[in-house]
Design a protein around this ligand. Structure first.
Ligand code: NAD
Length: 504
């Protein structure tokens, strides 16, 4: 489907200054319905000049917004929280239409996004600083946290609701103005969220959306009035964005890709481990940055675990995400489906065994971008299916002899987003938590996405920047500290003193 042949279908515009803003750039892209393979919409691609317009509107709105009372900002967050709650299903169905995930899964993503709004409702408390009375005689010292100005968020296709909600509630509650650049693959949810932000009473211009591709992103990274950039996406793009934005003196948190290992020790509850591996590998068709893509099976646990996983996989219902009862939807695009399938093609040549081949699943014959759940055994380092992030429904099993061998593999991996250990041994779990070089660790929990009052972030090539996303570190990211040292006139103590100020 070309852009031209998509003309006549719905167009996804920008949202600037509290209203829809059709693009004048003349550039656009096609948004597909992955369940049918048909075009669902056309999305505007912003020009650099349109990004500049959005930034100018945000700069203007920021001046009044940063001066608004904390209680007013909290009130907006409470209202937005209720509006998102009331519109859960609408948001989820729109995400399903353009992303393909099941509605149940999309409802889960909205729920996790809501947690971030609930966290931001506490903004008056979160922005409280410290105060030291009498730091010196007659001198008080206190710290305040102030917003940065206009901040930008660039988000991936796989969580069109949740990842923007990781960013903008804290950003605007802290008093910033926000520009969202959503994924061009599933952009419509951003406009629904924008309308809810408006209904919640957030002033026009505080929250804006520019649709588009690299052109829009590049301008956001260059614009002198954009003070900070939050990015979530693949590692090569995250690294490039981090380097470019820091070169331009911006604050950056750039979350990248992943290759998450699940370690199963011989004493693990086998049924629990198999349930967890299947849920975490094939939920959202493996298109989650916290998906499990490798199981490290220690010793004799491998054969029974593979059998238990295979048995569960045979029962996964694959089909359109809109149809009740389906558990796994299609992949995001035809190109991505073909890329994921190419790992199944290459695996036997590299010495791995294809235990379950998703290309043979009935759904894979549909016109949508489907691929069935797939399982590879005897995966080894050096194979393409081990080295690369697949981001699809392909689970690889690596057989290892010991905990030490498994740990070495995890720690040698360039990514460090999530990992999990399955065991009944508290000592082994505690040792793993101490040893493993990964940012988010699950103990008998396969997808350890932190709750909103902690912060989300991987290590190594899974995050570029110092601060993790959302939660307390999100508030820190979207504010800068100002230290005030104050003395009030007291005629009794005032005198000229040219010495360096000391604490007395
Ligand atoms: P992507 O990197 O292709 O795109 C992410 C965003 O960057 C999109 O808005 C896109 O328009 C923009 N973009 C793409 N190429 C660009 C370029 N060359 N220059 C500037 N901007 C560009 O990622 P995706 O395919 O949308 O999402 C999947 C990836 O995101 C996976 O690698 C996944 O692991 C990762 N991800 C990571 C996390 C995390 O928290 N670490 C969460 C979700 C997804």
């Amino acid at each position: 489907m070309t852009v031209e042949s998509a003309v006549g279908i719905r167009t996804v515009n920008h949202w600037i200054g509290g209203k829809l803003a059709p693009s004048r750039s003349g550039r656009s892209g096609v948004v597909y319905n992955p369940a049918t393979g048909e075009a669902a919409a056309s999305v505007d691609f912003a020009s650099a000049a349109e990004v500049d317009e959005a930034v100018a509107v945000a700069v203007e709105a920021f001046a009044a917004w940063r001066a608004s009372a904390l209680s007013r900002r909290a009130e907006c967050m409470f209202k937005l929280r209720d509006l998102v709650d009331q519109n859960r299903r609408r948001i989820a169905e729109l995400a399903t239409l353009e992303h393909g995930k099941t509605v149940a899964d999309a409802l889960g993503e909205v729920g996790r996004g809501l947690e971030n709004l609930e966290f931001a409702c506490g903004i008056p408390n979160l922005l409280k600083g410290g105060y030291s009375e009498q730091a010196s005689r007659g001198v008080d010292v206190y710290q305040i946290r102030q917003p940065l100005g206009v901040v930008a968020g660039i988000t991936p296709f796989n969580f069109p609701a949740m990842v923007p909600l990781w960013m903008f509630p804290n950003a605007i509650a802290c008093g910033n103005a926000f520009i969202l650049k959503p994924s061009e693959k599933d952009p419509s949810v951003s406009l629904l969220l924008a309308d809810l932000v408006r209904q919640a009473g957030v002033p026009d211009g505080v929250f804006n959306v520019v649709q588009g591709d690299k052109v829009a992103v590049d301008r956001l990274l260059e614009h002198p009035d954009v003070k900070a950039v939050s990015f979530v996406g693949s590692t090569p793009v995250a690294r490039a964005i981090y380097e470019r934005a820091t070169r331009n003196s911006k604050r950056v948190q750039a979350l990248g890709g992943a290759k998450n290992h699940m370690l199963v020790l011989p004493d693990a509850d086998l049924e629990m481990a198999a349930d967890a591996a299947v849920s975490a590998a094939f939920g959202s068709a493996g298109e989650r940055c916290m998906a499990i893509s490798v199981v490290l099976a220690v010793g004799a646990v491998a054969d029974p675990l593979i059998e238990a996983i295979r048995e569960r996989m045979s029962r996964i219902r694959v089909g359109p995400g809109m149809e009740e009862g389906n558990e796994m939807g299609p992949l995001i695009t035809r190109e991505h489906r073909d890329r994921v399938a190419s790992f199944l093609e290459a695996a036997p040549r590299e010495g791995a065994e294809v235990v379950v081949d998703g290309r043979e699943a009935p759904a894979a014959k549909h016109s949508g971008f489907f691929l069935g759940a797939s399982l590879l055994d005897n995966v080894k380092p050096g194979m393409r299916c081990y080295e690369e992030e697949i981001f699809g429904p392909v689970l690889g099993v690596v057989r290892v002899n010991s905990y030490a061998d498994a740990l070495r593999l995890i720690n040698d991996n360039p990514y460090g987003n999530g990992t999990a250990i399955f065991t009944r041994d508290g000592g082994a779990a505690r040792r793993f938590q101490f040893d493993v070089e990964v940012g988010m660790v699950g103990v008998n929990v396969p997808v350890p996405v932190p709750v909103s009052y902690y912060s989300f972030g991987g290590w190594k090539a899974s995050l570029f920047g110092d601060l993790h996303m959302y939660g307390p570190e999100g508030v820190q990211f979207y504010t800068r500290a100002k230290l005030v040292t104050s003395r009030w006139p007291d005629p009794g103590t005032s005198k000229v003193d040219l010495g360096f100020p000391q604490v007395r």
